[in-house]
Write a protein that binds this ligand. Structure first.
Ligand code: ZN
Length: 357
């Protein structure tokens, strides 16, 4: 499906259908519907009798195979952990493995055996060799969808660059990522970049209010908390997710008065990706308030942010932001989740008492 705010980009893409670059890199913020658009593109390129505007017909045999997930000329590369994600492919991919379904840290069940990989591995890419190296099932287009493309580890990315292609072959690559900078330049330079953007706040709030059947003010608050991405904000329509969000925000906003141990206890069952992201948003707002700008993520807590900002200082907050960036890169593989929480909270406490020190 194509979300309404992506309709202009989608129409543009369809208009270029005949001359589309053989490798397209779709990028933009998480939670705006990139995965759904990429999938729709693949479907339309494989369709045997596209509609006049170029979209898939939904009735031909190719569309039928695609719907059943067994089109012989289509391959999807995703981390193993995302493939077994619970809530539908598009959703799982749009919220990358870092956050997909990750409401609690205990999900892994932890102790036993093989952890599902969060990487797209080299053997997955190598498995494409036969797919791209021989003629298409119907001598026509073949599509490889790689989502999220930044999940390719270095070896996988290298292998992708070496994937043999039939001369003049009909293989098209569609890559999707929130973090184009995390891809090797050698991959980026081979792709045509398609940038997708956040919808306008008014448009996003109207869509979310209708989709989740909530008041516009509620939709706006949810959107603000995730920086404006509608599909991420929609998660809060799930009461369990909303409760986790409230808990994390309350805990974060209670620092530094709340003790480190108490706060760490509160966050113990929350996936690191979630509390780190909230903490980062909180610090961005502190930085903004520090320089006289309005908060972006927590406009309803402007007063608290102001009080904390006065006790801190831009240098301390900048230092904290750097530390949290580092933590954010480790959320997929925390060596010791409890230690990770306590380290971050100690950093926060240091930054928020910088003036007093
Ligand atoms: Zn069709």
């Amino acid at each position: 499906m194509i979300y309404e705010w992506l309709a202009p980009a989608w129409q543009q893409l369809l208009a270029q259908r005949a001359t589309l670059h053989h490798a397209l890199l779709i990028h933009g913020p998480a939670g705006i519907g990139k995965s759904a658009l990429a999938e729709e593109l693949a479907r339309s390129l494989l369709c045997e009798s596209p509609l006049p505007d170029g979209a898939a017909c939904g009735r031909c045999s190719a569309c039928g195979w695609f719907a059943q997930g067994n089109h012989p000329d289509f391959r999807r590369l995703a981390p193993a952990s995302a493939e077994e994600g619970g809530d539908g492919e598009a959703g799982a991919n749009e919220e990358p493995a870092r956050t997909a379904g990750g409401t609690t840290g205990s999900k892994s069940g932890g102790k036993s055996g093989t952890k599902p990989s969060r990487d797209i591995r080299i053997d997955q890419v190598r498995a494409l060799e036969r797919f791209t190296g021989v003629g298409g099932h119907r001598g026509s287009t073949r599509i490889v969808l790689i989502d999220p493309a930044d999940a390719m580890n270095a070896a996988a990315a290298n292998a992708l660059l070496k994937t043999p292609e039939e001369p003049g072959g009909g293989t098209r690559f569609v890559l999707v990522t929130d973090r184009p900078d995390a891809l090797p330049a050698t991959i980026r330079s081979r792709c045509r970049m398609l940038a997708l953007r956040l919808p306008a706040p008014i448009e996003a709030a109207a869509w979310l209010a209708a989709d989740a059947s909530v008041a516009p003010a509620q939709a706006q608050a949810w959107l603000a908390a995730v920086g404006g991405a509608p599909l991420r904000a929609r998660r809060f329509a799930d009461p369990a997710q909303a409760a986790i969000h409230r808990l994390v925000v309350e805990t974060v906003a209670g620092l530094p008065e709340t003790g480190v141990v108490q706060a760490a206890d509160a966050l113990a069952d929350v996936a690191p990706a979630i509390w780190v992201a909230t903490l980062q948003a909180w610090v961005v707002d502190l930085q903004r308030v520090c320089v006289g700008a309005p908060p972006r993520y927590f406009p309803d807590r402007a007063e608290r942010l102001g009080a904390l900002a006065r006790r801190s200082g831009l240098a301390a907050l900048d230092h904290l932001a750097v530390r949290l960036d580092r933590a954010a890169r480790a959320v997929d593989h925390p060596l010791n989740p409890r230690l990770m929480i306590e380290d971050a909270l100690l950093d926060v406490r240091a930054a928020l008492t910088a003036r007093a020190a």
